[in-house]
Design a protein around this ligand. Sequence first.
Ligand code: NAP
Length: 317
Amino acid sequence: MPMFNLSGMSNESKEKNYDVVIVGAGPGGLSSAIYTARAKLKTLVLEKAIEGGQINLTNMVEDYPGFVSISGEELADKFVEHAREFGVSFANEEAMEMDLSGDVKKIKTDFGNEYTAKVVIMDTGSNPRKLGVPGEDEFANHGVSYCAVCDGSFFKDKPVVVIGGGDSAIEEGIYLSKISSKVSVIHRRDKLRAQKIVQERAFKIPNMNFFWNSVVTEIGGGNSVEYVLLKDVKSGKITKHSTSGAFIYVGLVPNSKLVENAVETDDHGFIITDEHMETKVKGVYAVGDVRKTVLRQVVTAAADGAIAAVDLTKYFD
Ligand code: NAP
């Protein structure tokens, strides 16, 4: 995924000891940061890529209260601006090693800095799940993409397929329909998982069509993607479908490797917390997409962040 460290800068301040270090600047982490800073806790947010996280890669957000429609990038900017306004420190650094066992947690980064904090909040988010078919890796950046906002413009007036039936697939498919000549959604069932309002919108788009009960078994071509092989899961029949691009939205993989031996995770790697967002390790919290939860939205990530931030004040009484 094309995530860039835009500023390439290490910690803005020389300070290494904090009350709270938040790993990841998604809506969950930034929401926590706003609350902890307002509680006068010295707060550092570490972000290896873009402050604001994955919403930067979302075309439009239409379900965050207060904004009928706002670009993901603009909403991310507003979260960051809000946190800065209350004195949160930021560092464009990647947490590489963490010692979470004691009362003082230690976090080493790729800039060689070691930070300490009484409380750590993990907001490390998730990455797109791979489909795992032949051609997927071979054609990465040559027609295979996981980010319509990043790569959509390469497919102006060309046909593309979108694989998946969740919110990401359908919302990004709608975005692509304005650029591409045709968007074919390939879904393994006969019903979409995406929100109904998004489905209704998609069904009305003339250059969007749907291949139900179908899976992609191969992505093929020459120098770039030229076709996908589609298998009808009911009949087993395989057909060749010409396309210039394959946008894959088949779910998320949590970024929890850094702490998988320290905290409890589920079978998929999502971090398990209690209702206060605290993990089994005292003083270690998880918020947003990386957490095992029933709903992954900007609003739920922000709510996770607020709950964690209020709960963690117990360590500073
Ligand atoms: P998702 O909700 O997990 O949907 C993944 C889709 O891919 C499902 O339709 C699934 O099919 C399909 N799929 C999974 N594995 C597959 C495979 N191996 N082959 C073919 N198809 C496969 O993932 P997402 O759409 O990325 O969304 C992730 C989370 O973010 C969700 O909680 C979602 O609500 C949230 N989100 C929210 C918004 C928003 O609120 N605006 C926008 C984007 C994402 P089945 O349906 O058959 O399982």
